[in-house]
Design a protein around this ligand. Sequence first.
Ligand code: SER
Length: 316
Amino acid sequence: MKNILVMGAAGQIGSELVPAMRKIYGNSNVISSDIRTDVSEVLKEGPFEIVDCLDTKKIKDVITKYNIDTVYNLVALLSAVGEQNPQLSWKINVGGLMNLLELSRELKFALFTPSSIGAFGLSTPHDNTPQDTIQRPNSMYGVTKVSGELLCDYYHQKYGIDTRGVRYPGIISNVTPPGGGTTDYAVDIYYKAIQEKKFTCNLKPGTYLDMMYMPDCIRAGIEIMEANPAKLIHRNAFNVAAMSFEPEMIAAEIKKHIPEFTMDYDIDPIRQAIAESWPNKMDDTVAFEEWGWKHEYNLPKMTEDMLNVLSEKLKK
Ligand code: SER
């Protein structure tokens, strides 16, 4: 049985990954942790610890206390907020990861670190972006993600650490909102569609990006760490895809359920520049070949679920 520590558990992914993993591995085998103290009750249904990713001693104490063999490192500043404070972005995204990699040499745990579509840049082929291709991002977030991929592969090759990761698309979910990302509009649009029947989009029409619904995101994070290591040629990090759309397409899908819904635009130049440097659509066949990755949710199926779940949630 695994003993798992999730760092940054109060964020968008952690707040749903923790309960999902507790169902599989048992409540007391999944330790949630965050720098924040005001976390949801769900995270406290099993062990919860306050951990700062820059506090190596505290991380070591928690890993030792619970006999942790697998760490999910979900701590990160996202892309748009990273451009407001690039130095802090580097410190958290790479500094936090380096602390874990160094601890893994001594304590021998496996490490999952998500990478992102942000690990690509303008010179990357934008359509059917291959697994192995040019990675010259121009956002600090992207710089930290490419650095993270390289560091994780390095620690695997040099020290035999079991590091694995996926390049997540923009993640769409209905429990905890994302904060400071470029793909956040695709979450906000559902809330606004229900609450106000209208939405102002901060990316231009025609801006295609990879997106993924949270159930697929969680399954990818669990399945990659369960994958047979003998079959992994790649490790950090696998392209995983589910759907690709531009703002008009998600708006049209919402209109099928809420006919009076309207959308206009007020472009955020920072987010627009970042979005244009990212792939339109990644090719994830290598993830399928090496560990069987397959998405379940497309845009229509996700939209139906998002609107159902959020309509109930926002009534309360
Ligand atoms: N969703 C992230 C962002 O927009 C990308 O990984 O920053």
